[in-house]
Ligand binder design. Structure first.
Ligand code: AMP
Ligand code: GLY
Length: 424
């Protein structure tokens, strides 16, 4: 296998790190990559959606497999592009095509899919501009808080949770009439609020069979105690203490298996990853959202726990011999804590020099760049410090220890990752 990974985050570094052990760094390429993926193979300075440049690069470098890390290239149709081109159709793009990618890129599409397959999720209705009045009436039938979601991709900002009914109506108007989130909010999903604790599970699938990856919980807010603005993710843990065998069983029978069956019965021609964003409500898992890729920072804790070969699973899916099962994973706990640039997720500096006293191969890079021999910050989220331990507490202790080795100007991290889970 000669693989091109698309993306430049710590997720892509963790994937490249895993594949390097399996197929060697000569066979690993990342576009555009970062200073971490550079340690696992070759970086190509090409944007994930510049399909023309990516195909020339693939042909020149005899790439046979592409793994998109983030949703961007999938939503822009990377698989459709490579499949529709004579020169590149032999390349195996391990992701859904653009149509099936709507499981992530359209909330209305995903909700309809769940409804057809009787998958537990919040009750909802979707509305367009012509249905604004009906939207107001639907809001009147719900109890606060009100959940309003832009249908399309809005960089994690398209979900509003509002206590006041009048404000909810104004926001609906803002989304539909004033296109608050651009074309992403031409359609709005309004749904019932679910009160519970969130976690995620991940399946690698060929559209018919699946391998379950370890579960994880991420921390999205910038501030301790889950306060402040949403970020791309400040840390994650795996396993999840409240993911008991009974929750696992319900997750499999009520959510994962019906989803995989639905992919086939709806002829979605799906392959790649399904990321189930779940919430546990009175001990019953329900789907908040699907993504069609792995999560970041969840990947930085689930990939290190995966004992099986990822490249083999991808090959098995290509050859139609993937067997449905739980992946073999370590009993160890893995945790990751993100060091971010002060000011993130708002304004922050780039180009700060990074000092790493003692490196560790599970220090996954996100916004980093190597210039000559120096390592510099190149984004909001900079480094994900992943560690193992026989308990979550021990793993966290090592992640925090690892962070004491790192410094750059205005480095910030949350000191409370996993704290809320200690009592489970
Ligand atoms: P989504 O982009 O759909 O994952 O939503 C972003 C975040 O909003 C989720 O991670 C939840 O924290 C929250 N959220 C979304 N839908 C609901 C809901 N129906 N009830 C409660 N919280 C929700
Ligand atoms: N950690 C959430 C995501 O990757 O979307």
């Amino acid at each position: 296998m000669r693989i091109l990974i698309l993306g430049s985050g710590a997720r892509e570094h963790a994937i490249a790190w895993k594949l390097k052990e399996e197929i060697g760094s000569n066979n690993i390429f990342t576009a555009p990559g970062n200073a971490g993926t550079q340690l696992c193979g070759t970086n190509a300075d090409i944007s994930v959606s510049d399909f023309e440049a990516l195909s020339s690069f693939c042909l020149e470098n005899k790439i046979d497999t592409i793994l998109p890390g983030s949703e961007e290239a999938i939503a822009n149709g990377v698989r459709d592009y490579f499949e529709s081109n004579e020169d590149t159709k032999h390349i195996y793009v391990f992701s859904p095509n653009k149509y099936a990618g709507q499981l992530e890129s359209s909330k209305a599409f995903a909700k309809e899919f769940m409804q057809k397959s009787s998958i537990p999720t919040a009750a909802y209705k979707s509305f367009t501009l012509e249905q604004l009045e009906e939207g107001y009436l639907f809001l009147d039938t719900l109890k606060p808080p009100y959940v309003l979601k832009a249908d399309g991709l809005a960089a994690g900002k398209g979900v509003l949770i509002i206590d006041d009914i009048e404000e909810a109506k104004r926001s609906l108007e803002d989304m539909l009439v004033n296109q608050k989130f651009g074309t992403a909010s031409q359609k709005v999903v309004i749904e019932e609020f679910l009160d519970g604790i969130e976690f995620s599970v991940f399946a690698l699938t060929d559209g018919e069979n699946y391998v379950m990856f370890p579960e994880a919980k991420d921390y999205k807010r910038i501030g301790e105690g889950d306060k402040g603005l949403n970020t791309g993710g400040m840390g994650a843990v795996s396993p999840v203490p409240f993911y008991s065998s009974s929750v696992h069983e319900k997750t499999m029978s009520q959510i994962v298996i019906p989803t995989i069956k639905g992919l086939k019965s709806e002829n979605l021609n799906f392959r790649g990853f399904v990321f189930f964003g779940l919430i546990l409500v009175n001990d019953n898992p329900m789907v908040i959202e699907y993504n069609v890729r792995l999560g970041d920072p969840e990947t930085e804790v689930i990939i290190p726990r995966l004992k099986e070969s990822l490249s083999q699973m991808i090959l098995d899916s290509q050859n139609g011999i993937l067997k449905s099962r739980d992946a073999i994973k370590t009993d160890e706990h893995a945790t990751t804590v993100f060091a971010v640039s002060g000011g993130y997720p708002e304004k922050y500096n780039k180009g700060e020099i990074i000092n790493i006293a003692t490196d560790c191969d599970t220090l996954f890079h996100a916004g980093t760049k190597r210039v000559n021999n120096g390592l510099y910050t190149n984004g909001g989220r900079v480094l994900a410090a992943t560690s193992y331990g026989d308990t979550m507490e021990n793993a966290l202790e090592s992640s925090y220890e690892l962070l004491t080795n790192i410094s750059f100007n205005n480095m910030v991290y949350r000191k409370d990752i996993g704290q809320d889970l200690r009592d489970y």
